[in-house]
Design a protein around this ligand. Sequence first.
Ligand SMILES: [Zn+2]
Ligand SMILES: [Zn+2]
Length: 241
Amino acid sequence: MFKTQVENAIDLLYPRSCVQCGDAVEERGPFPHLCPPCVRRIHWVRSPACTVCGYPFFGAIEADRECPHCILLRPVFGSGRTAVLLKGAARELVHGIKYRREIHLLRDVRAVLERAKELVEFTAGAALVPVPLHPRKRRERGFNQSRLLAEVLASLSPGGGVEEVLCRTLDTETQTRFDRGERLRNLKNAFAISPDFSLSKRKRYVLVDDVFTTGATLNSCAKVLRSNGAKRVDVATFGHG
Ligand SMILES: [Zn+2]
Ligand SMILES: [Zn+2]
């Protein structure tokens, strides 16, 4: 099979082994860094699921509704979807990119999202807004993983595009001296609209983040969008953690 020089170089730098179990990945399939058994164990989320965080309901529930955790969150965004449960191989992809800067794993993330039809339909036509990193963190990591995810989603779902409408004005990660309550209160003031941006009432904004955990960060971002004129704000995450 024809391979470009760049691909050859990438293969040399990053031998094709499964990021989750270390087994060799032989075929040039859609998942270059995951072996087929690990791919089969990925849990893609389908309805019925929580309308806020996207966590699926197992068992007898047939309709979408809020899960008990999200009722307490009191979200200011409309609804939220997620592609996968963030465990096993899916979790390893996010951690590899985020903590080990293994950007090549983005190809596997793309392959996961290509198979997350409900999420791709959900983000179609929307302005995709990455949850921003503080400039210090962004420099340290070299990229914002939420921005990379938003770009992948934009390329998969027609009609939309990435708009970096938000910026992070407060470095919340340096606030370890505060207790959880204080950190949550500070989170409320951690985001702002980027200079030179104004929001459109007609657009639908979808906040994009790698993981939905408590939803507090996404809710803070949604509040800033809403209070600056956005009428429709939803949330899309790669995984529910
Ligand atoms: Zn594997
Ligand atoms: Zn939920």
